[in-house]
Design a protein around this ligand. Structure first.
Ligand code: ATP
Length: 243
C-alpha cells in the first residue's frame, strides 16, 4: 500500500509548551484514520501542520510525496482540508464562496460550475445555495467547509471534526459520504465521538498531551477494555485519574 500521508516526528512548540510531540504515522490509499484525543491533545495543531497552515518546529509531513514545507503548492494540490470552525468570508453566499474557492484552485467557466454543483450535491447544500454563509446554522456551515475541501477531488482529505454540529441525520450522511470516498483516497478525520471510529474508520490514532498513545484498528482498540469510553480514558488520562 502506498502511503499518501506520511507524518514523521512532527513536533510543535509554543514557547516552552509542546503541543505536538514527536508524532509519526502514515495513511495509505483506502484508509480512513480516526485521529482521537481529549480537548487540547494536539489534534488540530497536527492537522494544521499537515495542511501547511502552521510550520512545524521540527519533523516533516508529506502529502503524496510532497513535503508540506518545502513544496507547499504541490502538497496542497492533492489535499482537501476542512479546518475547525466555520468557513472564512461569511458574507459570501454558499455558491459565491465555493466558486471563489474553485477559482483559487484554477477552475473556470463550465468546469468551475460543474465542480461547485457536484460538491454541493455531495454535501446536500443545494437548498441554501444563495444564502450568505453567516446566516447558516452550524451544521450547514460545516458542510460548506466540507464542500470546499472536496471541490478538486483530492487524493488526501484531512477533516478536523467533520461531523461537529451536525444533527444525527446529517452525521449519518457525512459518514456515508466519507465511506463512499474512502476506496480512492487517504482520509484523516479528527473526532471526539468514539462511535464514529467504529462507524467509519479503518484505523485509530489516539493522541494525548501531544504524543501518540495508540495506533491500531478500531477492533484492537475496543478489545483493550470493557467499552470504548473506558479504553479512551485509560489511554488519555494520567494513570492516577484513569483508575
Ligand atoms: N497558537 C497557539 N499558541 C499557543 N498555544 C496553542 C496555540 N494553538 C494551540 N495551542 C495549544 O496547544 C494545545 C493543543 O491544541 P489543539 O487545538 O491542537 O488541541 P485539540 O486536540 O485539537 O483540541 P480540541 O479537541 O479541543 O479541538 C492546547 O493546549 C492549545 O491551547
Amino acid at each position: 500500500m502506498t502511503a499518501l500521508i506520511e507524518i514523521e516526528r512532527l513536533t510543535k512548540r509554543f514557547g516552552a509548551f509542546t503541543a505536538v510531540d514527536d508524532v509519526s504515522f502514515t495513511v495509505a490509499k483506502g484508509e480512513v484514520v480516526g485521529f482521537l484525543g481529549p480537548n487540547g491533545a494536539g489534534k488540530s495543531t497536527t492537522m494544521r501542520m499537515l495542511a501547511g497552515f502552521m510550520t512545524p518546529t521540527s519533523g516533516t509531513a508529506r502529502i503524496c510525496g510532497d513535503d508540506v514545507v518545502d513544496k507547499p503548492v504541490a502538497a496542497k494540490r492533492h489535499l482537501g482540508f476542512l479546518p475547525e470552525g466555520a468557513p472564512t468570508y461569511p458574507e459570501m453566499t454558499v455558491t459565491g464562496f465555493l466558486e471563489f474557492c474553485g477559482r483559487a484552485r484554477g477552475f473556470h467557466r463550465s468546469e468551475l460550475q460543474d465542480r461547485v454543483a457536484k460538491a454541493m450535491a455531495l454535501t446536500q447544500l443545494e437548498g441554501v445555495r444563495l444564502q450568505p454563509v453567516e446566516t447558516l446554522s452550524k451544521g450547514f456551515k460545516r458542510r460548506v467547509g466540507l464542500a470546499a475541501a472536496l471541490l478538486h477531488d483530492p487524493a488526501v482529505l484531512v477533516l478536523d471534526e467533520p461531523t461537529d454540529g451536525l444533527d444525527p441525520n446529517q452525521k449519518h450522511d457525512v459518514r456515508n459520504l466519507i465511506l463512499a470516498m474512502a476506496p480512492t483516497k487517504a482520509i484523516v478525520i479528527s473526532t471526539h465521538i468514539l462511535e464514529e471510529v467504529g462507524a467509519v474508520c479503518s484505523r485509530a490514532v489516539v493522541i494525548a498531551r501531544g504524543r501518540v498513545v495508540a495506533d491500531e484498528t478500531p477492533a484492537e482498540l475496543a478489545a483493550r477494555g470493557p467499552s470504548m469510553d473506558a479504553v479512551f480514558r485509560s489511554l488519555t488520562l494520567p494513570a492516577a485519574e484513569a483508575a
